[in-house]
Design a protein around this ligand. Structure first.
Ligand SMILES: [Fe+2]
Length: 220
């Protein structure tokens, strides 16, 4: 109990620096408040992706061009928090993905692999109705799993992952991952995911990208 938080307000620097683990994290990073409506984590800065940032993500390029001609809405926002670096440490991020579709394909994130491929991740759904698309890098094997309020998704290592909003309200979720994971967006940008999440008779359905053959006007 020598280094418990009792009396920490009176001598915070002593209490924090005397414990090796706590000494590695700035006091302001030990706790943060999630504002699910605003999509913020305390005062940490976020990264915003607008529709114009997502060229090549959606399979229906004609529908994408038409949507972009009508406007350039915010599609998603991610706030990443890196409290500490090094072995055993964790980072986390809050994602807010707006509702919408391009053609029949739901709004979704670019998706990524982890630069350190063995790194796994846990996603926790906080608000809205979404799905995660998980694609094993070596085989292309794909799984669609629910990511709505109260859902927890375990993303194994060596697995590309992206989120999609299949509801009518913003999808909000938290991702927690090893500090060493890193993000590899280039591999996804080069080949995209093997499957697309499209609406069929009101339901989200995974369809192989290669099967979404485009007819006249680029429609599948
Ligand atoms: Fe990740």
């Amino acid at each position: 109990m020598l280094f418990c938080c009792q009396g920490s307000e009176a001598r915070p620097s002593f209490s924090l620096m005397a414990v090796p683990g706590l000494a590695s994290v700035l006091p302001e990073h030990l706790a943060a408040h999630l504002d699910l409506g605003a999509g913020t984590v305390g005062a940490h800065p976020g990264t915003e992706r607008f529709l114009s940032d997502l060229r090549g993500v959606f399979h229906d390029e004609v529908a994408y061009g038409e949507a972009l001609a009508r406007g350039n809405p915010l599609v998603y926002r991610v706030v990443g928090v890196a409290p500490a670096e090094g072995d055993g440490q964790l980072h986390y991020g809050l994602g807010t993905l707006q509702a919408g579709k391009i053609g029949q394909e739901y709004f979704l994130t670019k998706g990524h692999l982890h630069a350190w491929r063995p790194a796994a991740e846990v996603y926790v759904g906080l608000r809205g109705d979404g799905r995660m698309i998980l694609e094993e890098e070596a085989t292309g094997r794909t799984r669609l799993v629910p990511l709505g309020a109260g859902d927890v998704v375990y993303v194994p290592g060596h697995t590309a992952h992206r989120t999609a909003n299949v509801g009518s309200e913003p999808l909000v979720y938290l991702g927690i991952y090893p500090a060493a994971a890193g993000h590899d967006y280039a591999a996804i940008a080069e080949r995209n995911f093997r499957c697309c999440l499209v609406e069929r008779e009101g339901q989200p359905v995974l369809v192989e990208r290669a099967r979404l053959v485009r007819g006249a006007g680029g429609r599948p």
